[in-house]
Design a protein around this ligand. Structure first.
Ligand code: CMC
Length: 429
């Protein structure tokens, strides 16, 4: 790098000067947008470990210092002082809502909280064992048939569509749970705030009324805030990539939901509980699982450990661990899986394998224990992640659509297949 803020690249004796782009928090990126044109070379970056696919004003994270902020506000303060829908508003609109803006947003969320009654029949046609993430992506994708405004012009009513989605995803998630149990649907209640309304739709029952506990609401509120955005992770990058082709918001979000489903991404919260349950049934033999995770001939990884970006600690993991302790104490829940998780963490953090690779608990390690304490079934955990991540996906999609420099996403490849060869007729093969 030279002093004039350019990077110098030499290929076969010829030197090229590449501009360096500076982020507002000191990040530096070498702008290679003219690289192919000027040098004839592309870059190869498996898993995009070094590639920034966009500039963004939404979320900042510093993996070495364990910093995460939305629109400049630290995650710790937002999780402590805000309601999830305030944070959703912040992400989508770029500023914290004033009292008037908040009331307006709340009213929209209430107004949009029902789904078209015909959509309720969709649930009847899934087999009882259908994965809730499959149902969620189908239902969200289907919304574009009921609200087709965006099909012609992607930026039409984007803010209304954002509110519509944030409200309806909650109803879809709760209805899909009720349907999976064969229980009557509980409709949203306008007087209940977002998180309390969701818990009520999940757990109320005409013959056994549910009391929404403020501690449960507070824990859910915190979890959703902590999941609300995480810059260009796999699902968000998917939402942007799909959106870059000119696809409407509902379909782009449905694609993001499918990406989130994977056990290396949002699906890790389910995988953690499955792992802890397996250890529990194995008599608490967590060392066996640590050894398996270290064994390179075994594909097993410690779920809820490690992160692509965080290399010191995951700030969300810290907050969630504290929230977990608080909630279990106040609800007087003694979850044997928490004991195993604590022991597993303690042992792994002292193990050279995990130390050398900077592997420590991520956001998914303790979130499942909180969801269990709230009564949410394991197969709904990733749906909960999607509920939280939705405002981030919307904000990122909106930012991309509104950026005049935005282009269709289209990575390159380095072809390693057969070189050109003559065609062989079938009779000669
Ligand atoms: N258990 C055992 N070894 C691990 C783990 C783990 N959980 N995570 C990474 N490693 C090892 C990996 O085998 C590699 O070892 P080596 O250098 O000897 O080949 C090294 O650590 C670096 O890992 P990587 O796979 O190159 O790192 P990555 O940035 O490509 O992957 C990750 C990040 C999160 C996919 C990975 O750490 C992982 O699979 N973790 C378990 C799944 C998980 O908890 N996912 C949730 C992530 S946070 C929330 C979210 O994004 O949704």
């Amino acid at each position: 790098m030279n002093s004039s803020d350019n990077a110098l690249l030499t290929i076969e004796g010829k030197t090229y000067s590449l501009p360096i782009v500076h982020g507002t928090e000191g990040e530096r990126a070498i702008d290679i947008s003219k690289l192919l044109q000027e040098t004839g070379c592309t870059t190869l970056d498996l898993g995009y470990k070094n590639t920034a696919s966009c500039t963004s004003r939404i979320t900042f994270l510093n993996g070495n210092k364990g910093i995460l902020s939305y629109r400049g506000y630290g995650i710790e303060e937002l999780a402590e002082k805000c309601l999830f829908i305030e944070v959703a508003y912040l992400l989508v609109h770029g500023h914290l809502p004033t009292a008037t803006e908040y009331d307006h947003f709340r009213n929209l969320l209430n107004r949009f909280s029902l789904i078209h009654e015909d959509m309720i029949h969709f649930f009847d046609h899934f087999p009882p064992s259908a994965p809730p993430m499959a149902i969620l992506s189908v239902m969200v994708n289907s919304l574009c048939s009921y609200y087709p405004e965006m099909n012609d012009d992607l930026t039409t009513d984007i803010d209304l569509t954002a509110a519509r989605l944030i409200s309806k995803i909650r109803t879809i998630a709760a209805f899909s749970y009720k349907k999976s149990l064969g229980k009557p649907l509980i409709y949203p209640r306008p007087e209940l705030p977002y998180c309390a309304n969701f818990l009520n739709m999940m757990f109320d029952n005409p013959v056994e009324p549910y009391t929404v506990r403020p501690e449960a609401v507070a824990a859910l509120n915190k979890l959703l805030i902590l999941h609300a955005d995480h810059e260009q992770n796999c699902s968000t990058a998917t939402v942007r990539l799909v959106g870059s082709a000119g696809v409407n918001l509902y379909a782009s979000i449905a694609a993001g939901i499918n990406a989130l489903w994977g056990p290396l991404h949002g699906g890790a919260n389910e995988a953690v509980i499955a792992m802890l349950e397996a250890i529990h049934q194995d008599g608490g033999n967590f060392q066996k699982y640590i050894d398996k995770a270290k064994d390179k001939s075994d594909a097993f990884k410690l779920s809820g450990f490690g992160h692509r970006v965080y290399k010191t600690f995951d700030p969300r993991g810290k907050i969630i661990k504290n929230a977990c302790d608080e909630l279990l104490a106040v609800l007087n829940v003694h979850d044997p899986l928490l004991e195993i998780a604590l022991r597993l963490e303690e042992v792994a953090l002292k193990d050279a394998y995990f130390i050398e690779r900077n592997l420590f608990p991520n956001v998914d390690f303790y979130s499942g224990i909180i969801y269990r304490a709230l009564g949410i079934p394991t197969n709904m955990f990733t749906v909960m992640f999607a509920l939280g991540r939705l405002p981030g996906w919307i904000a990122q999609w909106k930012e991309q659509q509104e950026d005049p420099r935005s282009k269709i996403g289209r990575p390159r490849q380095v072809y390693m297949g057969e070189p050109a060869r003559p065609f062989v007729p079938m009779s000669e093969r």
